[in-house]
Design a protein around this ligand. Structure first.
Ligand SMILES: Nc1ncnc2c1ncn2[C@@H]1O[C@H](COP(=O)(O)OP(=O)(O)OP(=O)(O)O)[C@@H](O)[C@H]1O
Length: 203
C-alpha cells in the first residue's frame, strides 16, 4: 500500500523518469485538452510520453483502502458523489502528513517513458516535488473567463477560492499556454515540445 512503503516507492519514482511536464491551470482552462495535444505532438515525432494525474492516484489509493470501485470513482456519476466529501477529507489528511505522496504515486504508474506529463498540478507542494526531483517544465494553461464558463465552469465557494485552485496563482511558470476556444494552439504546443527536446538534450 502507498502509505506503508512510501520510501521505497519514492526511490523507484525518482529513478524512472527523465523529464516532467507539470501542467496547472484553473478548472476548465483546458488542462486535459492541452495534455492530449501534447501527447499527440510527441507521438508524431515518436518520442515516448506518458500522461498521469495526481487526483487519479488519490482516487486509486482511496478506492483500494476503502474497497471501492476505482473505475466508478473516476466518473462524475452518483457513485463518486457518495464518496466525494470523504475522499477530499481523506486526501487532505494524508497530504498534511506527506505533501508529495500522490505525486509520487502518480509517477509510479509510468512504465519506462522518458517524458511524463502530469496533467493536474494544483498546489505549490506539487511543483516543489517535481522541480526538486526531476528536470521539470512548469506549464500554466490559461484561457478567458467566458470560455471557462462556456466549457461548463461555475464558481463554487470552497472549491474555486481554496488552495487547490489558487495555490499556484503567483507562481512564475516556465511557459504560459493560452488556450482560447477557436484559436489553433498547435504552434504553441510545438514550441513546448521543442523546449522539452532542448532541455532533454542538455541532460
Ligand atoms: N481550445 C479548446 N477548444 C475547444 N474546446 C476546448 C478547448 N479547451 C478545452 N475544451 C473543452 O472544454 C472542456 C474542459 O476542458 P478540460 O477538461 O481539458 O479542462 P480541465 O482544465 O482539464 O478541467 P478540470 O480542471 O475541470 O478537470 C472539455 O470538454 C474540452 O474538450
Amino acid at each position: 500500500m502507498l502509505m506503508q512503503d512510501k520510501n521505497d516507492k519514492k526511490k523507484i519514482a525518482v529513478r524512472m523518469v527523465k523529464f516532467v511536464i507539470a501542467i496547472s491551470g484553473k478548472r476548465k482552462s483546458g488542462k486535459d485538452y492541452c495534455t492530449n495535444k501534447l501527447i499527440k505532438a510527441f507521438e508524431k515525432i515518436q518520442l515516448p510520453v506518458s500522461a498521469v494525474g495526481i487526483s487519479h492516484s488519490l482516487k486509486e489509493e482511496y478506492a483500494k483502502i476503502h474497497n471501492l470501485n476505482f473505475g466508478e470513482l473516476l466518473t462524475d456519476g452518483p457513485y463518486k458523489e457518495q464518496f466525494r466529501k470523504d475522499m477530499i477529507r481523506w486526501g487532505e489528511e494524508v497530504r498534511n502528513k506527506d505533501p508529495s505522496v500522490f505525486c509520487r504515486a502518480a509517477l509510479l504508474s509510468v512504465d519506462d517513458s522518458d517524458i511524463v506529463i502530469v496533467s493536474d498540478c494544483r498546489r505549490m507542494t506539487d511543483f516543489e516535488f517535481f522541480v526538486s526531483n526531476y528536470k521539470t517544465l512548469t506549464v500554466r494553461v490559461e484561457t478567458i473567463e467566458d470560455h471557462r464558463q462556456q466549457r461548463g465552469f461555475r464558481f463554487v465557494k470552497g472549491i474555486d477560492d481554496a488552495e487547490s485552485e489558487c495555490g499556484l496563482d503567483d507562481y512564475k511558470f516556465d511557459v504560459v499556454l493560452k488556450n482560447i476556444t477557436g484559436e489553433n494552439i498547435d504552434s504553441r504546443i510545438e514550441k513546448i515540445v521543442e523546449k522539452v527536446i532542448y532541455e532533454i538534450n542538455k541532460l
